[in-house]
Design a protein around this ligand. Sequence first.
Ligand code: LLP
Length: 422
Amino acid sequence: MISPFHYRADELHCEELSLSSIAEEVGTPCYVYSQSAIEAAVTAYQAALQGLRYRICYSVKANSSLGILRVLVARGLGADIVSLGELRRWQAAGGDPRKVVFSGVGKTREEIDAALMADIFLFNVESEEELAVIAEVARTRGVRARVALRVNPDVDPQTHPYISTGLKQNKFGISMPTARRLFESAAKHPSLEILGIDCHIGSQLTKTSPFTDAVARLVAMVLDLERAGIRLRTLDLGGGLGIDYGKGDAVPPSPGEYGLAIKEALAPLAHLDMEILCEPGRSIVGPAGVLLTRVLYRKASEAKHFLIVDAAMNDLMRPALYNSYHPMQAVRDPARTAITTDVVGPICETGDFLARERNLPVLDAGELLCVGAAGAYGSSMSSNYNTRPRGAEVLVHGDKHAVIRRRETLEQLMANEQVAEL
Ligand code: LLP
């Protein structure tokens, strides 16, 4: 597919709509998403996994806006959630709870109970204590909880340390020896139904080898359990496939390349006809979204040139948190003199930057800048720091568009507060 974000007569468009017209209508900062790009990513995954019995459980944390979830629900996807809030969002978007896997190291009793009552597909269990609590809640309710054990395969995903999860020093998953023991005991527990095995080794992976290394370890465990008379039905690969942020370094594998690699690694399990789950987030929505922001001021010091824009770290936290790189384009007339500049927001923190030392066309106050590859972990990680209302979100499909989230109001920001005279 040609990029959904492209210039037409020197005007950046999302599908058939000019980004300036969207900014005119809803104001800035705002997120704009291409529905066709999201759908194309889903199709790519489906084609890549063809031949396996699979279920794609979109990782809701990557972008949990209802309008985005709705697109994925309509394509028949399941969901990977990490809180009751995400389950409720999925349901509010029309999603089927029976296609939901519940991951995360700190599920509360209340969340476990609500998820059991919603009849979710399974819990990805992250510790022995959590397994005991799930069993206990299920017993109280008189039901059996379907569970998978999330193992920690101890492979290095070779990504940013904050988003590495599959190393033994990380807080995630259960060590392989402990998992082996828990599979044996859980298989006998009357309130538990052991469905499978799960892992998630990290995010923004740029090679297939960490995935295949992890799968090899899971495969060995599944075969070992089979010999012990425990037959697993699901194997969950987690998410983690990276996307191209346009920095010019290694381009991550496509879903097709990923699919080929994992199919090969899963081959020894063919006789078990397991259902293969995966939990992609970033690679489904990341490239499909941009953050539109307007230049407020320009400022030059002896050392630097700054572009002060109306989006900040509260809108897109990734650069501040991980020093991550997002591509940037002028919305109009891209072919003009460029200058090395820092793109910063209005927040009172030196860490409030969207780009550093970036070569960008010289923009004037009032002009629009498009921050690319912002569909994942953009709006879902946004906050109200500095009492900044979160921006609008717009979904585009062809020449149609809808505001899927209105800009927050200051009244909403203060709605739960009161002053107290003590
Ligand atoms: N499954 C589990 C259990 C996860 O923890 C995650 C992401 C995913 C699936 C989806 O991974 P993905 O396909 O999106 O890589 N905020 C960071 C990313 C944190 C990822 C956390 N877990 C960022 O902005 O880069």
